[in-house]
Structure formats: structure tokens, C-alpha cells
Design a protein around this ligand. Structure first.
Ligand code: IMP
Length: 432
């Protein structure tokens, strides 16, 4: 079974929890895009595990792969490898030789570029993601395999410095001794990471041919995709399901099941259009209730109502087979629950979603309201008894399924693995 799990909104939908939950049925867990701008939280037996580079499937899979489409901060990765070994003992970790390397210079540039953007700043995670992808596409980037040769690292650091000199001139990086220190540090990290480096597309093919089940965990989300998101308020990589072909070298035609993860309300960190955003006290109350603060940055997240036109767009783009709906427990704590069912302008329904502030002008959002469903009995969840869930919750799910024409296969009703309800086990194919 080959599965892709990915976010259908602005990130932080709970992909980490869902990936961890499903991975007991998969031997291989793969990340194929982004870097430590991601922050996936998994709770097992009350203990929180935070993953930023390694897939959240790593606690349950035999092998974890960091694909070529990723941008990796080597020091952060070394720490995460240690954490994984502490929590799990043996873990087979394979890192693409072709993934790109984030250096301290890239992190500095991330902040500097935001300053230059001024009013157009997007509120990045300041992890050096954008500048590292810039270098990748400028063909000056440092790949993981380069870390094994100090001369190559030096050449590339110097080239990047020359190309970005206008932004780096007054910084610590203008000092050649500081740049030389980066070369030494990266080479040291490279020596430690060497045993894990491979052409992982070859590894993946071998694992596939030997019959292993593979789960691909998306990072960020479709509305943050560099092409299909709310550009320029997006990340610098493709976050759609098809990115497994370019980001892991795995043929998309082999995928059996695409699981799109959506939060039952929505959240967003950073700037940009957010049509169903809540404002004022309503937003503050939900943010506090739900603890909506960024895993990677600690920033307060913007929050809003579920947006079905947006989900229509993102499920179509990713050819989603099933939906995992998360934080239904949190939403059930509200007195009144709203869902946006269409966007209208001049009385006419829009057949696309607006991608810019300008495009949002004069827009009317049509909402349907539901009464709260309150707390859910844990026995119902444990026994996967969908029909025993409160009617209000089932009505809410039915509306989503009717509007999208896609089943809600997984319901997440709390943090731990035990708070996950599988609607129909046969839908998740032979794994259940
Ligand atoms: P960058 O990926 O750090 O360049 O940030 C670009 C935009 O994507 C910003 O609005 C970030 O807040 C957002 N972003 C990046 N990664 C994540 C994530 O994992 N969850 C939520 N938002 C993210």
C-alpha cells in the first residue's frame, strides 16, 4: 500500500498525528518537501514528540527517508536523530544525497529578505527555507553529498556570499573567518551524517519492489504550495501530493491512496488572504481554547471557520481519496459552529477561490450553522462506532461529504492515537 498524507489548508492540520497513527501499518515513512519550517506534534501515552525534519511516521516505521525535495539544517537533523534514537532505539534513517543544506547564512538571509519585502513580508518561519530553495534553483545550492568535501562547501559558501553580497555586506558573514567557520561546522556535520546518505530514490524503489508499504508525509499544505497557494504568502516548495515524484523520486502512478488532512476549523500562521478568518474576541477565544500557537515558531495562529470551497479546490488538486478531519473535539466545545459553503460576488457563486486580497474584495461568504455536539464519549471512539456519534456531528460530516463528494475516512477527536476513529476500515484498503 502506498499512501500520501497531506494538508488541505494552510498547514498545522494535524498531519503528524494522522501519519503517526497510520504508520503502524507501513514499514517506510518519507518526507519529500520543506524543512524545519514544519513542526509536527505526536502524542504517545501522554508524551509529546515534536518532529521538524524527520517524518512523524518514524516512531512506528522500520525505515525513515528524507527525500531530495527537502531542505535540511544538518545540526537540527543531528539533534532529531538523537531524539529518535532515544525514544525508539534502533531506527533506519536514510537521507537523500541530493537534499539541499540550510546554513546559518540562509537563516540570516531569510530574516533580511523579510525586512526588504517590507509591506509584502509574508511572516516566514525564519528557518532559511526560502533562501535555500533560491540557491537550489539558482544552481548554487549545497547538497547533502557536498558536506563530505570541505573544498566544495567552501566554493559554494563563497559563491552564495558573492551572489547575495548586497544583503550580507554588513553582517557577520562579511568576515571570511566566519564563513570559514561555517565550512568547518558543515564538514563536521557531514562526517556524522555520511552513514545515512544515499540516493534515496533508489532505496525507495528497492523497498517498493520488495513489497514494503510506504507512507509519504506532506509538509506545510496545499494553500502554502509555491504554485497553487496564496502566492506570495506561501512556502518555497510544492506541497501537493504530486510532489512525491520530484521530491522523493517516487512515481506518482504507484500511489494507492491519498489522504487529505483538514482541520475542522482553520488556522494560519503568517500573512496573506484568509477568507473565513475570525476576528476579535471570537478568534481570541478559539485560539486560547485550542492552544493555536505555532509549533515551529510559537507565534499565535490566525483562526477561522472551515472553508468548503477551499477544500473543493485542494481535494481536486491532490485527487484526494479520503479526508481525515482533525480537532473535532475542540470544535465541539464551541456553542455555535459555522461552515462556509460558497463564495459569492454580485449574487453569483464563484467557481474558483480568490488568491489575492484584491480578488477577495466585494466577496460574500455563505455559511451554514450547526449546534454544538459537546464532548464525545471515549468508548465510542475506541470502538470506531461512527453511528453512535452525536447527530449534530454526523450532520456536519454529511455536509462536508456531500459538498466535496469525498468520504471522511478518519476522525480525530483528541491528541493521542487512541482518540482517532476510523469510519470504515475497508476504505483504508488492506491495511485494516
Ligand atoms: P517559510 O516556509 O518559512 O518560508 O514560510 C512561508 C509561509 O509558510 C509563512 O506564512 C509560514 O508561516 C508558512 N509555513 C511554513 N511552514 C509551515 C508549517 O509547517 N505550518 C504552517 N505554516 C507554515
Amino acid at each position: 500500500m502506498i499512501t500520501v498524507v497531506l494538508g488541505l489548508q494552510f498547514g498545522d492540520e494535524g498531519k503528524g498525528k494522522i501519519t503517526d497513527f497510520l504508520t503502524s501499518h507501513y514499514q517506510v515513512a518519507v518526507r519529500f518537501s520543506g524543512g524545519n519550517n514544519a513542526g509536527h506534534t505526536v502524542v504517545v501515552d501522554g508524551k509529546k514528540y515534536k518532529f521538524r525534519l524527520i517524518s512523524s511516521g518514524s516512531l512506528q516505521s522500520e525505515t525513515v527517508i528524507l527525500g531530495n525535495g527537502m531542505v535540511i539544517e544538518p545540526f537540527a537533523l543531528l539533534e532529531e536523530i538523537d531524539t529518535l534514537r532515544e525514544s525508539k532505539g534502533k531506527a533506519k534513517i536514510r537521507i537523500s544525497k541530493m537534499a539541499h543544506v540550510v546554513t546559518p547564512m540562509h537563516k540570516f538571509l531569510d530574516v533580511k529578505e523579510e525586512e526588504v519585502r517590507g509591506k509584502l513580508s509574508l511572516g516566514t518561519t525564519a528557518q532559511g527555507i526560502g533562501p535555500t530553495y533560491e540557491d537550489k534553483y539558482a544552481r548554487t545550492g549545497i547538497r547533502m553529498a557536498d558536506l563530505l568535501d570541505p573544498e566544495i562547501i567552501r566554493q559554494k559558501i563563497e559563491t552564495i556570499y558573492m551572489m547575495k553580497q548586497s544583503l550580507l555586506a554588513d553582517s557577520e558573514f562579511a568576515d571570511s573567518k566566519r564563513r570559514e567557520q561555517i565550512v568547518r561546522d558543515l564538514f563536521e556535520a557531514g562526517k556524522k551524517l555520511e552513514p545515512y546518505l544515499e540516493y534515496t530514490e533508489v532505496t525507495l524503489r528497492r523497498l517498493y519492489d520488495s513489497g514494503k508499504s510506504i507512507i509519504f508525509e506532506g509538509a506545510q499544505a496545499t494553500m502554502l504550495d509555491i504554485d497553487f497557494g496564496m502566492y506570495p504568502f506561501v512556502t518555497s516548495s510544492n506541497a501537493v501530493a504530486g510532489a512525491i515524484s520530484t521530491g522523493a523520486g517516487f512515481p506518482f502512478r504507484k500511489v494507492d491512496y491519498v489522504l487529505g488532512v483538514a482541520k475542522a476549523y482553520m488556522s494560519k500562521v503568517g500573512a496573506g488572504p484568509f477568507p473565513t478568518e475570525m476576528l476579535g474576541k471570537e478568534a481570541d477565544d478559539l485560539r486560547e481554547l485550542a492552544g493555536e500557537y505555532g509549533t515551529a515558531t510559537g507565534r499565535p495562529r490566525r483562526v477561522g471557520w472551515l472553508d468548503l470551497p477551499m477544500l473543493k479546490y485542494t481535494t481536486a488538486l491532490n485527487d484526494v481519496d479520503g479526508i481525515a478531519l482533525t480537532r473535532l473535539d475542540t470544535l465541539g466545545d464551541l456553542d455555535r459552529i459555522k461552515v462556509c459553503t460558497s463564495y459569492r460576488r454580485d449574487g453569483k457563486e464563484l467557481d474558483y477561490i480568490p488568491r489575492s486580497f484584491k480578488d477577495m474584495e466585494g466577496l460574500d461568504l455563505v455559511y451554514t450553522e450547526f449546534d454544538s455536539w459537546g464532548k464525545i464519549d471515549h468508548e465510542i471512539i475506541k470502538q470506531d462506532k461512527y453511528q453512535a456519534l452525536p447527530q449534530n456531528l454526523r450532520n456536519y460530516i454529511s455536509l462536508i461529504e456531500k459538498e466535496l463528494g469525498i468520504p471522511v475516512d478518519v476522525l480525530s477527536l483528541g491528541e493521542g492515537r487512541e482518540n482517532t476513529l476510523i469510519r470504515d476500515k475497508s476504505r483504508l484498503k488492506d491495511q485494516y
